[in-house]
Each structure stands twice: as C-alpha cells, then as structure tokens.
Design a protein around this ligand. Structure first.
Ligand code: ADP
Length: 167
C-alpha cells in the first residue's frame, strides 16, 4: 500500500488541483491532501474554509483523505507514513521553485521521493491566484473550479456592489 501526500495552499482548490488528485492514482494507492495552515501568501480563505472546500470536492473518492499541516512538509510526510510527495507542474515557471524544494526535501528526508504530475492541457494556465483575480473583477470562473467554490468566491470577493466599485 503506497501512500502519497499532495501538499498545497488550495486557496481555493481548482479543477487543476483535482486533475492532479485523479492522476495521483498512477503513483499511489492512498493520497493524503495536506493543506498548509500558514502559506507564505496571506490566504483569502481560512484554513477551515479551505478544508471544507477540498473535502466537498473529493467527497466519494475512496483513496483520498484531507488533513492540515504546518511546518516542514517532510515532517508531515513522515507523520502520515507517506514516501511519495506529489506536486503538479504547469509550465517552466513552476520548475525553478519546485526543483529547489524537491532537492531540499530530499536532503531533509531522503526516504521521500517527489513525483511531478502534469495536468491536462485545459488546466495548464490555471492557478488559484488567477481565479481570485478574475472573480474580483467580475469575470466568470465557471468550469475552472467546483460549483461550490465558485459560490464561495463570489461571496468572499464580490461583497462590494458593482455600483460602488469605482469609488
Ligand atoms: P503552493 O502554495 O504549495 O504552490 P498551490 O495550492 O498553489 O500550493 O499548489 C499546490 C500544488 O498543485 C503545486 O504543486 C502546484 O504546482 C500544483 N498546481 C496548482 N494548480 C495546478 C494546475 N492547474 N495544474 C497542475 N498543477 C497545479
């Protein structure tokens, strides 16, 4: 039984993340989604909100569990007995950071192997930050995030009526 961990901020979860979650089946029997409690960037959604969004999005997927973590990823991987770390790659722009992080994690815990999965083409330009930007400016993100996340985004980011936006 091989366990993998898929760490991230998931602020919020997108169909790109979900694509990677589905693809993780190829490298592990069990996937633990690790939601980072305090990401570098100030998160838009609280930890509780992100957990709810991810749980709802993966409901019914038997091989997936959702947990939160803080501190070093390798310590979390050890804690949940995962020897595979799954990360998603979109473009070369992801590479530099991911490369550094995977080498550092290998140094810290040689037993964990980082595996990079590439999402399907429609998701290669998709990021949580782009999603938030679109919603803030009134655009539609339908078909890019699960419907319940779309609603959360609208509620959180579009509280100001359009008529007051230019003030
Ligand atoms: P982090 O702050 O750790 O980058 P994210 O939630 O932004 O957290 O991303 C988690 C992981 O999912 C990262 O490996 C990221 O590259 C990957 N990822 C995010 N969006 C996509 C996507 N659209 N396609 C493929 N991988 C993605």
């Amino acid at each position: 039984m091989r366990t993998a961990v898929y760490p991230g901020s998931f602020d919020p979860i997108t169909l790109g993340h979900l694509d990677i979650i589905h693809r993780s089946r190829a490298v592990a029997d069990r996937l633990i989604i690790g939601i980072l409690a305090n990401p570098r960037k100030d998160p838009t959604f609280s930890l509780e909100e992100r957990v709810q969004q991810v749980r709802k999005s993966v409901a019914g997927m038997k091989h997936v569990r959702v947990q939160t973590f803080d501190g070093l990823l390798v310590n979390f991987a050890k804690h949940v007995s995962a020897d595979v770390i799954v990360r998603g790659l979109r473009a070369m722009s992801d590479f530099e950071f991911e490369f550094q992080m995977s080498l550092m994690n290998r140094r810290l815990r040689p037993e964990s192997e980082t595996v990079f999965l590439i999402s399907a083409e429609p998701w290669t330009y998709l990021s949580s930050s782009a999603i938030k930007e679109i919603v803030r400016f009134g655009g539609s993100v339908r078909g890019l995030v699960p419907p319940h996340v779309e609603e959360d985004l609208r509620r959180k980011l579009r509280l100001v009526p359009d008529s007051l936006r230019s003030i």
